[in-house]
Design a protein around this ligand. Structure first.
Ligand code: HEM
Length: 126
């Protein structure tokens, strides 16, 4: 039951769908990010990120059912992520979160987490 979770508070599945879809529209045209994605079709990557974020914020646990333990740091090892890649990722995500029209408090809570997680995944000095 996701009642009372941040997932439910910000609108559940449609909100996460909207944010992550918008994020990947930015990735698709970003000269730093696009080359990092191994697959021509960004659709499956979009689904994985959405499922992960939904699970993290108290929604369905589909991510772990399909992918196992997140181990995000390990899963990003194949990609060179320096400050430029982190900043590009956060820029694309900022655009996506802005369009979700969250309250100031909701926005801050989500954004603080995303910045922390993006910093954690930097694995190269650049
Ligand atoms: C996967 C890049 C930050 C969550 C990926 C992939 C790339 C990538 C290239 C492979 C696409 C795929 O096949 O799924 C980056 C870059 C980041 C970043 C450049 C900049 C710091 C983040 C953050 C999160 C995240 C902050 C979570 C808050 C994920 C997830 C997957 C993924 C859940 C799929 C893992 C799996 O199940 O295989 N990322 N990422 N990433 N990323 Fe990131």
């Amino acid at each position: 039951d996701d009642a009372g979770t941040f997932y439910a508070e910000i609108g559940g599945h449609p909100t996460f769908q909207r944010i992550v879809h918008r994020f990947y529209q930015e990735v698709a045209v970003d000269p730093i990010l696009r080359p990092l994605y191994p697959e021509a079709d960004l659709g499956p990557a979009e689904v994985r990120l959405r499922m992960f974020l939904e699970q993290y914020w108290g929604g369905p646990r589909t991510y772990s059912q399909q992918r196992g333990h997140p181990r995000l740091r390990m899963r990003h090892v194949p990609f060179v992520i320096g400050p430029a890649e982190r900043d590009a990722w956060l820029r694309a995500m900022r655009t996506a979160v802005d369009e979700a029209e969250l309250t100031k408090e909701q926005d801050e809570r989500l954004w603080n987490y995303l910045v922390m997680a993006a910093n954690m995944l930097v694995n190269s000095p650049g």
